[in-house]
Design a protein. Structure first.
Length: 146
């Protein structure tokens, strides 16, 4: 049976799982350190959820929660499922769990982005009820260490 658990404290086993999953999400993803994981898990605006079956970690999702003058907002990031576990509903369980947690936080909505090439992920999000927004997404790259 697949269970979703929240990681509230950094440990080496979780770090290993996250670093195993990240490259399956993006080829450019770099491994994180235990210090980064500690910073994330101690943040009030961040939640990390893992999908587990017995002792195997099958996937993860990050949930970002913030309060701003116009209300509470949330974003889902870093949805990734172990290749061998794909197609078994793990991603759906992770995303639905994150949505429930965002609702408990009082978020008015939950946003996420997904590259068009990630067809299965986009189908999953739409099957859950996410709608494509009419918006422009901008990115400004910071060059702090040049």
């Amino acid at each position: 049976m697949i269970k979703i658990i929240e990681i509230s404290k950094a440990d080496e086993k979780t770090l290993s799982a996250v670093n195993r999953l990240l490259p399956q999400l993006s080829k450019s993803a770099q491994p994180i350190s235990i210090l980064t994981l500690e910073k994330l898990t101690s943040s009030e605006s961040f939640r990390l959820f893992l999908a587990k079956e017995d002792e195997s970690i099958l996937g993860m999702v990050s949930l970002v929660l913030i309060s701003i003058p116009t209300g509470s907002k949330s974003w889902i990031e870093d949805v990734v499922v172990e290749e061998k576990a794909r197609g078994k509903g793990v991603g759906k369980k992770l995303v639905k769990y994150a949505l429930e947690e965002a609702a408990k936080f009082g978020a008015k909505s939950v946003d996420l982005t997904s590259r068009p090439t990630r067809e299965a992920a986009n189908q999953l999000y739409q099957s859950i009820g996410f709608k494509i927004r009419e918006t422009n997404v901008y990115r400004y790259k910071l060059r702090l260490f040049e």
